[in-house]
Design a protein around this ligand. Sequence first.
Ligand code: AMP
Length: 183
Amino acid sequence: MRLVMLGGPGSGKGTQSKELSQVLGNTVISTGDILRESIANQTPLGIQAQEYVEKGELVPDIMMIEFIKERLIRSDVENGWILEGYPRSAFQAEELDFLLEDLNQHLDRAIYLKVSEETMKQRSFQRGKADDKPEIVDRRIKNFNEVTVSILEFYEYKKKLLTIDAEKNSQEVKEDILKNLKS
Ligand code: AMP
């Protein structure tokens, strides 16, 4: 199964992607985790992305699109994938569509984990990653509202969007997702 996982900071994208991949047997590709790891290891991608991630800004589309192009041709995606935190902009979403067509990979669903801004803030502060500081979280929420929300309409139009109430506890959220994927 091939899924896109969408949601603001602290919406549970990471947790749900891991849980779902265990049930579905597909590979999680978390752009946030990959970027943080690349920065820690100062790889070429990490060096270029660092200034954006550390400020809570979105990394330029062109860099992310190139990265995904290379990532989706690796052999570990044969059993499908969960893109966690990608796409993040309308441009990324459109380019992903073209890429999947080229690769003959079919997207099953885009799952939107819907939570309030209050929940985004609370959960981000509790988890305390390097880019979870208050002013950076505010910037990430702003980016989510200004840039990422537009792609919900994109997937809605394509009849792929599955909106899940992610205020519930993670077990309930996971069950809701699995129930909806079956139907
Ligand atoms: P996340 O853990 O998914 O919230 O991502 C952490 C940070 O990585 C974001 O605040 C962005 O700076 C960057 N990032 C992750 N995914 C993307 C993406 N698809 N496009 C642009 N920037 C991204």
